[in-house]
Design a protein around this ligand. Structure first.
Ligand SMILES: O=C(O)CCC(=O)C(=O)O
Length: 254
């Protein structure tokens, strides 16, 4: 079956994703257009409660149309469909908002924290702000998705304090890391097993990104299990869900 769409990946692109565990950067929109979305995010997301009572930054695609529209832009979905197939489920999203002086996100593999089975996911990390080495862009290790590494307890001051664990440093070769610097409106794709991190924000500029989590209908999502929450639902964003394994919701209205 071929997957169509203006942004679908070539066979070479798909194989590269499997080989390296990430792809990009790509572009959703120019910086001027992202500035308009950013204004709405500041007004409609950062200052209001969302569906997860523990975090205003989590799963806001469920209640804010501006977030849903970013998560489901054709530039993302066409490419993810090239990897996962024509039926796609949006099961989570998270803003990673680092103000000047905020701490690191330690090295980790996302699947360590997630209540999904089997472990199939492609993430898109979207730059809302200008993202540079100075304001703590995401760093990743190409090819590191090929091996699951043990995770150990982490210090409470990191951005990941809530999750409590980081990759065991003995299993991380940071000398192979690359920096994902992005302009507002750009994004990259990565596997649920790719090792990634970000340094403390040592600049005087905010660094806000939005991570989008996409999977397929045969993956069971354990809705009430942390970091998910009671009332959590998925949204079918491409094709159809013939299995009905998960609780699903319609897209939010504007
Ligand atoms: O933005 C960050 O610092 C971390 C992002 C991350 O861990 C993710 O998107 O999975």
């Amino acid at each position: 079956m071929s997957v169509s769409g203006a942004y679908q990946l070539s066979r070479k692109g798909v194989l590269r994703f499997h080989d390296e565990g990430y792809l990009g950067p790509f572009r959703i929109c120019p910086p001027e257009q992202m500035a308009v979305s950013c204004d709405r995010i500041e007004r409609e997301v950062l200052t209001t409660d969302g569906p997860n009572k523990n975090s205003r930054l989590h799963a806001r695609h469920l209640d804010c149309r501006v977030v849903f529209d970013l998560c489901t832009s054709a530039a993302i979905l066409d490419r993810v469909a090239s990897v996962l197939g024509a039926d796609l489920v949006l099961w989570s999203s998270n803003f990673f908002n680092k103000n000047p002086g905020d701490g690191e996100s330690p090295w980790h593999q996302d699947i360590n924290y997630w209540p999904i089975d089997p472990p199939v996911n492609v993430s898109a990390w979207i730059a809302i702000d200008d993202v540079t080495v100075e304001n703590s862009c995401v760093r990743l290790i190409p090819g590191s998705h090929r091996k699951l590494v043990p995770h150990v307890l982490t210090a409470s001051e990191s951005l990941f304090a809530g999750l409590g664990e980081k990759a065991d440093p003995a299993f991380v070769d940071a000398s192979k890391a690359i920096n994902m610097e992005l302009k507002p409106g750009e994004f990259f794709l990565f596997s649920e097993r790719l090792l990634h991190q970000s340094e403390p924000n040592r600049s005087n500029k905010r660094r806000m990104g939005l991570s989008v989590r996409l999977t397929v209908p045969f993956v069971k999502i354990y809705h009430g299990q942390p970091p998910l929450f009671p009332g959590h639902k998925v949204i079918v964003v491409r094709g159809e869900d013939k299995l009905g394994l998960n609780e699903s919701a319609p897209p939010p209205v504007d």
